[in-house]
Design a protein around this ligand. Structure first.
Ligand code: DGY
Length: 315
């Protein structure tokens, strides 16, 4: 039986094993000169390569775009739908691990884990100094979650383990979750002005693009810390730089940036009150394995012209 041509880059060995021998895998090369684009039937977006209308027009035989991950802001879903191309993603399975990482970054920021690690490795740590690196108490603090979706709800559950007061703001008010999760809906301004920690767990949409900017940063407490587990584009990074260097807020942790990665000489990378991790939200062994399985399940279904088990609808 002839193999089905698909395009996707940097796939891990576990995923290659799941794909088996049914596919002819081509590296991601969107150059109009690439003859593979004419024959390829499926696109695997592993690591967020962009898919838009012009690319799809160069790939007349593509039936399915299978995304490894839940966020599809790098895929023009409307353009896919208009061309009859199905889009799949991996919802649900990464909520816990992304929430774990949100809390990991919150704790790391609050308690100087990264700067403390560097100090303890370096030559200046000569004796225990009780005055050194006093952090912010997490227990009992107020956490504001922007985006109480599946991931945000898991963050709320974890925050209650630290006796935190949990506020949220989002497009939709969630009355049921307010009862079950003991979270309070507030306006964006109230969330920003009352929270000790602000966690971004929302998708990147036209409404959330640069939601965190110089005006919204100015509404936060000077002692507050910001954690971005969403997408880099939710924050105006120039405004964040100014806020972190002029004391408008105390610290930030970014698991995502815009662009990603930042240029190696970017000024944000020089700040000691900023933690950056390389998009590790869902990077735990069990979660990533399940994401790979779902990506392959969606690909196979799409190539068979079947409804995708985890399909994305055009907005
Ligand atoms: C997601 O699921 O959207 C994560 O960012 C990984 O792609």
């Amino acid at each position: 039986m002839s193999k089905i041509p698909v395009m996707g880059d940097d796939l891990p060995a576990t995923m290659l094993a799941m794909l088996g021998h049914d596919f002819e895998l081509h590296p991601w090369n969107v150059s109009p000169e690439n003859p593979v684009l004419q024959v390829v039937q499926g696109l695997i977006t592993y690591g967020h390569p962009h898919v838009d209308g012009p690319l799809l027009d160069r790939c007349p035989n593509v039936k399915v775009v299978s995304n490894h991950g839940v966020g599809v802001d790098h895929i023009d879903v409307a353009a896919c739908t208009a061309r009859g191309v199905l889009v799949g993603n991996t919802p649900g399975v990464l909520d816990a691990s992304t929430a774990d990482m949100t809390i990991a970054l919150l704790l790391a920021l609050a308690r100087n884990v990264v700067t403390g690690d560097a100090f303890a490795h370096g030559p200046h740590f000569r004796h225990y100094d009780p005055s050194n690196m006093i952090g912010t108490e997490v227990t009992g603090a107020t956490l504001g979650i922007i985006g109480l979706g599946r991931i945000g709800r898991q963050v709320a559950r974890r925050a209650h383990g630290f006796d935190m007061r949990v506020l949220y703001h989002g497009r939709t008010r969630q009355y049921a979750a307010e009862q079950t999760l003991n979270v309070d809906y507030v306006s964006l301004d109230d969330l920003l002005s009352q929270s000790d920690f602000v966690a971004l767990n929302c998708p990147l949409t036209p409404e959330t693009k640069h939601l965190i900017n110089s005006q919204t940063l100015a509404k936060m407490k000077r002692s507050a810390m910001l954690i971005n587990m969403a997408r880099g584009g939710v924050i105006d990074q120039d405004a964040l730089y100014t806020a972190l260097t002029t004391g408008v807020i105390a610290g930030a942790a970014l698991d995502v940036t815009d662009p990603e990665p930042l240029p190696r000489d970017h000024r944000l990378l020089k700040l000691s009150n900023l933690i950056i991790t390389p998009h590790l939200g869902s990077a735990s062994d069990r979660t990533r394995r399940r994401m790979q399985e779902m990506t392959v399940e969606n690909l196979r279904a799409g190539l068979r012209h079947e409804p995708l088990p985890y399909g994305v609808q055009a907005p």
